[in-house]
Design a protein around this ligand. Structure first.
Ligand code: FCB
Length: 430
């Protein structure tokens, strides 16, 4: 039995900064953040946490915390700007991997966490099927360099969120509002995942995962209309991205007036070694009031909320994990919770400490739910807190603080919060 991975998670654009250094090319997030009105208060990831220059300090924070794993993402435009391999970009991740291993921390890289090279967006981004093959070429380049030391790989982060926010609703890069016409980006990301899985394995990768954002879907009532709407939402958010990989077939998309693609399913269903699950909250769904989508978000009420306004429902993690087991049975590979966490309005108090009791309660509740799901027979092999550091939270800029470590974005000073000390103690007892 392999060791349970206890880790923290981050993503390149959210923490690295150094956007024009060592040959990195522009990504869709560089373009998007510099367009007026896209991100709250015009924040950008130009500097972010300056992790690119502070990796030693950030690794020391992780070893102080006592985690044995670190999920980070590799910036495609750093490694392959303009389609050409950039030795300096690869070198950065090569050193990061060595430095993590030297501290006994297992590196778990994600190959795509939304920062598509801008020149690929100029060719249509994920609306263009050819990007899938280009992603596999990039995956092979990274794997040839790192697979001698990196065992566990994640292909994509949350293809649902990238499709929905980036291409359907326009609130994330690349800022397109295609509504249901964004659906091809699901198929092309899934093809990219399958092709990359094959390329990674050919280059010696041992364990390959995808991180899907998953949500338990609660119908707003027992009415047939609300039940049908909830089923449609479950199809779009969860099954569209899990079914083809785990069962080799798309769910029925007729509620969306679409035929599911029939090609490439053999590639998409290339066996994986684990399913990464990112969990934040359940979703409550009602029948639609207007007709853009066959459902409406009715909002979960009656629970505490985070600074983002997201409901805090620890039992939702148990419901999600046991629900996956029920739905996929023996087809469900081992599960890794690759993101879970909350934003809170944390600040440094005059005595220099950061007290975040809500985050401690959040972690305590979710870890209990996770352990309960394991006892109930779900083969969970890892848990990663989002996030190590406060960082650039996409359309919210620096306004949502998800870190176990507070970052002062003026001075870039890092201060471990009380949740960091709490988790250190928890991990000491595992
Ligand atoms: C997830 C993203 C991650 C972070 C958290 C709060 O959807 O994968 O980058 O923004 O939400």
């Amino acid at each position: 039995m392999s060791t349970f991975l206890w880790g923290t998670a981050t993503a390149a654009y959210q923490i690295e900064g150094a956007v024009a250094e060592d040959g990195r090319g522009p990504s869709i997030w560089d373009t998007f953040t510099h367009e007026p009105g896209r991100v709250r208060d015009g924040h950008t990831g130009d500097v972010a946490c300056d992790h690119y220059h502070r990796t030693a300090e950030d690794i020391a924070l992780m070893s102080g915390l006592g985690v044995n794993a670190y999920r980070f993402s590799i910036s495609w435009p750093r490694v392959q700007p303009g389609g050409l391999t950039n030795e300096k970009g690869l070198g950065f991740y090569d050193r990061l991997v060595d430095d993590l291993l030297a501290e006994g921390i297992t590196p778990v890289p994600t190959l795509f966490h939304w920062d598509l090279p801008q020149e690929l967006q100029d060719e249509g981004g994920w609306m263009n099927r050819d990007i899938s093959g280009k992603f596999a070429d990039y995956a092979a380049i990274v794997a040839h360099r790192l697979a001698d030391r990196v065992e566990t790989w994640i292909t994509l982060n949350e293809p649902f969120v990238h499709m929905a926010f980036g291409y359907a609703l326009g609130v994330h890069a690349p800022g397109q509002s295609l509504l249901l016409d964004a659906l091809p980006t699901a198929h092309h990301q899934l093809l990219a995942h399958g092709l990359a899985t094959q390329a990674l394995r050919a280059a010696g990768a041992r364990e390959i995962l995808i991180s899907n954002n998953c949500t338990p879907v609660w119908p707003a009532s027992g009415s047939p209309e609300d039940l049908a709407a909830a089923e449609a939402y479950d199809t779009l958010h969860n099954r569209l991205f899990n079914d083809p990989i785990l069962t080799g077939a798309y769910p029925d998309l007729s509620a969306f007036g679409k035929d599911a693609p029939q090609d490439g399913l053999d590639v998409i269903s290339t066996p994986i070694d684990g399913l990464g699950v990112n969990y934040y909250n359940p979703t409550r769904i009602a029948a639609p009031r207007q007709d853009a989508f066959p459902f409406d978000d009715a909002g979960v009420t009656g629970y505490p909320t985070t600074a983002f306004g997201w409901p805090v429902v620890p039992d939702g993690l148990h419901e999600l994990l046991t629900g996956l087991k029920r739905r996929y049975g023996r087809r469900l590979p081992p599960v890794y919770v690759t993101e879970n966490g909350c934003s809170q309005p944390d600040s440094v108090s005059p005595d220099g400490t950061v007290d975040d009791p809500e985050r401690i309660a959040f972690l305590d509740g979710h870890l209990a739910a996770l352990q309960r799901a394991r006892r109930d027979g779900v083969d969970v092999r890892g848990y990663f807190v989002w996030s190590l550091l406060d960082n650039f939270e996409w359309a919210e800029g620096y306004h949502q603080r998800f870190g176990l470590v507070h970052v002062d974005f003026e001075t870039l000073r890092r201060t471990p919060k009380s949740s960091y000390h709490w988790l250190k103690d928890y991990l000491g007892h595992q």
